[in-house]
Write a protein that binds this ligand. Structure first.
Ligand SMILES: [Zn+2]
Length: 220
């Protein structure tokens, strides 16, 4: 059984996954970056770590089939399906209120870190120190030819592109439909935050063959 939920533009939501369950993020409009965190359900001080995952995978950014590990170096999530061009990011810190202040915003601006805190509150989890290092799904941060410089670019996804993550332990997974509307990351056109769809597969699924329709080739 598949349960569907919409995450409104600029908001976040937490989900509970049992080991082997899968959850998909669908980029409904093809322009939205989605920040993702995961926490061990039995101990939320153990969480998905981008630094430890890069050590595990020996890759700058994860690709289909890669597994994320926690700050205790246990497996937590695996990318088992990706119909997007496979461009995701682990370098950029999740946006927070300070980031928007530094960008010149005077009033409160919704942000991914507050979305994380808000989402976990629904399960009475107090995340008073939001984790900046998120898995930034569909975010296009390009490593330049000098192998040292990063370039922030709009996402290269299309409407309906989908990524599926499998839980490797019982965990909370949190997604934030990133409210960023100043730095141009949300598609090439209006840079406007949009909603995304989430599909939770209630039955454990076996992905005997990891699926991709990745056809995107970086511009020369
Ligand atoms: Zn954000």
């Amino acid at each position: 059984m598949i349960e569907k939920t919409t995450i409104p533009a600029g908001h976040g939501k937490a989900f509970i996954l049992n080991k082997s369950q899968t959850i998909s993020v669908i980029n409904t409009y093809g322009t939205q970056v989605v920040d993702c965190w995961a926490f061990n359900k039995a101990n939320t001080n153990e969480y998905m770590s981008m630094e430890a995952s890069r050590v595990w995978s020996q890759r700058l950014n994860p690709i289909l089939g890669d597994t994320f590990v926690t700050n205790n170096r246990n497996k937590i999530l695996t990318i088992v399906e990706d119909t997007s061009p496979g461009i995701h990011d682990t370098f950029m810190a999740a946006c927070d209120e300070k980031r928007y202040k530094l960008l010149g915003v005077k009033k409160y601006h919704r942000n991914c870190c507050d979305n994380l805190v808000e989402a976990l509150k629904e399960y009475e989890i107090n995340c008073n120190k939001p984790i900046l290092a998120s898995f930034n799904i569909f975010m296009n941060i390009e490593v330049q030819e000098d192998k040292k410089t990063l370039k922030t670019l709009p996402t290269v996804t299309s409407p309906g592109d989908k990524i599926t993550l499998r839980a490797e332990m019982d965990c909370y997974v949190v997604f934030s439909s990133c409210p960023q509307d100043i730095v141009k990351i949300q598609g090439e056109f209006d840079n406007k935050p949009k909603s995304v769809e989430i599909e939770i597969n209630q039955d454990a699924q076996t992905f005997s063959e990891i699926k991709t329709t990745n056809t995107w080739i970086p511009k020369a």
